[in-house]
Design a protein around this ligand. Structure first.
Ligand code: ADP
Length: 160
């Protein structure tokens, strides 16, 4: 059984993330979407529990996808859950450098775990969680950027 992990911040989950999740879920037997619990990151819009809840809502139609969170090294978590593959999404060339570096570091930490890159769909090329937050903060339209129910959760945060 091929189990993969798709780690990220997902603050919030975007249509770019969901596209990668859907496509990856067709390639592996089980996909664990893993929210990184980063104690040093105090600037998150959503708590880890909120992000997990959002991911559960938008992936509930995908039967081989589960949502978890982790802290510490991603390769240690991959080991713990017996995932042999790490899924990462690649947008523009700018993603490549850091993603490639991370893949090589992870490989040196645990040679059993392979990183698979999935290229973004062209309509999500410039989409990032930080872009969504910036646009929402200034009252811009994020309808095409996040899955339907997530839009209201984001707008709600900026109302406060
Ligand atoms: P972000 O970079 O938006 O803050 P994350 O840290 O949550 O997002 O990213 C998790 C993974 O999803 C990374 O591999 C990232 O490159 C990928 N990803 C993020 N946005 C997109 C997108 N629009 N298309 C494809 N992959 C994406």
């Amino acid at each position: 059984m091929l189990k993969a992990i798709y780690p990220g911040s997902f603050d919030p989950v975007t249509n770019g993330h969901l596209d990668i999740i859907v496509r990856a879920s067709k390639l592996v037997d089980r996909l664990v979407v893993a929210v990184l619990e980063n104690p040093s990151k105090t600037s998150s819009l959503f708590t880890v529990d909120e992000r997990k809840e959002h991911l559960k809502i938008v992936t509930k139609h995908l039967k081989n996808v589960e949502i978890q969170s982790f802290n510490g090294l991603m390769v240690d978590f991959a080991n713990k859950i017996n995932a042999k593959v790490v899924i990462r999404g690649l947008r523009a060339v700018t993603d490549f450098e850091s993603e490639f570096q991370m893949a090589l570091i992870n490989k040196s930490l645990n040679s059993e775990v392979e990183t698979f890159f999935i290229s973004t769909s062209v309509e999500h090329l410039y989409l990032s969680s930080s872009m969504v937050k910036e646009i929402a903060m200034f009252g811009g339209n994020i309808d095409t950027m996040v899955p339907f129910p997530i839009k209201d959760f984001v707008l709600e945060k900026y109302k406060k």
